[in-house]
Design a protein around this ligand. Structure first.
Ligand SMILES: Nc1ncnc2c1ncn2[C@@H]1O[C@H](COP(=O)(O)OP(=O)(O)OP(=O)(O)O)[C@@H](O)[C@H]1O
Length: 219
């Protein structure tokens, strides 16, 4: 279970982006989050994935309260999450070939021996061919780079996936392919999903439940 209670968060101490937002996901649930631009959906998604320290409120992941965020979070909690953002180019190190980008979390957690097998397996899953794997981000399309970012998000087999406008920059066929990869992953592992988006039709089709930002505030 992923439980956020009365979260207040933002980027300046006395001017939070939002206050008292609560949201819970059941184990294995796919939840879509819709809301107007700038309301704070990405910020909340980053709090949920342990990437942004909230000003107040509590987060519990699979029964364990989160006390530290970002690099201070315990590895076991940090690696429970796979995250994919809208702008793949901002979240990909431009110096790394796609194969190293996908392998980055394995190397960072000392699992170098898993790199070759796991990268090959995930490249096939997300539809990246060997010639693309050796290229760097500026040598591939946005869709190809997002495929690599999704593979990176899955490489440690997370229990929770956070997809923040993952498909907003992509065409219909790449969108369908990446959504299918996430669905197959969830079907085989039981992972939960928080999908932030603007497209209600896509979220309704993809998720078990879709909530509007305006319904999450508890006063
Ligand atoms: N790193 C940052 N520093 C300062 N302010 C930020 C930062 N990131 C976001 N903001 C501000 O916080 C507010 C919420 O941004 P956020 O990206 O969470 O909204 P959103 O609901 O995801 O928007 P969108 O749907 O447009 O992506 C916005 O006013 C934004 O300008």
């Amino acid at each position: 279970m992923l439980e956020m209670r009365a979260i207040t968060a933002g980027y300046a101490r006395n001017a939070p982006v939002f206050r008292n937002v609560s949201l819970s996901l059941e184990p294995g649930e796919a939840l879509g989050l819709l809301g107007p631009s700038g309301c704070g959906k990405s910020t909340l998604a980053r709090v949920a994935a342990l990437l942004h320290h909230p000003d107040a409120g509590s987060l519990t992941v699979d029964g364990a309260p989160v006390r530290r965020w970002r690099h201070r979070a315990p590895r076991e909690q940090r690696t429970a999450f796979g995250v994919v953002f809208q702008q793949a180019r901002l979240s990909a190190d431009p110096r790394l070939a796609l194969t190293d980008l996908i392998a980055e979390p394995l190397r960072a957690t000392g699992r170098r021996e898993d790199v070759t097998g796991r990268v090959a397996e995930l490249a096939a899953t997300v539809g990246l061919t060997a010639d693309l794997l050796s290229r760097r981000p500026h040598e591939v399309s946005d869709g190809q780079l997002q495929r690599a970012c999704l593979a990176r998000a899955l490489v440690l087999r997370p229990r929770w996936l956070v997809c923040d406008e993952m498909t907003a920059m992509l065409d219909a066929s790449t969108t369908a392919a990446l959504v299918r990869v996430v669905e197959d992953y969830r079907a085989s592992t039981g992972a939960g999903l928080l999908a932030v988006g603007h497209d209600r039709v896509l979220l309704d089709r993809w998720c078990d439940r879709t909530v509007e930002w305006g319904t999450l505030t508890s006063g």
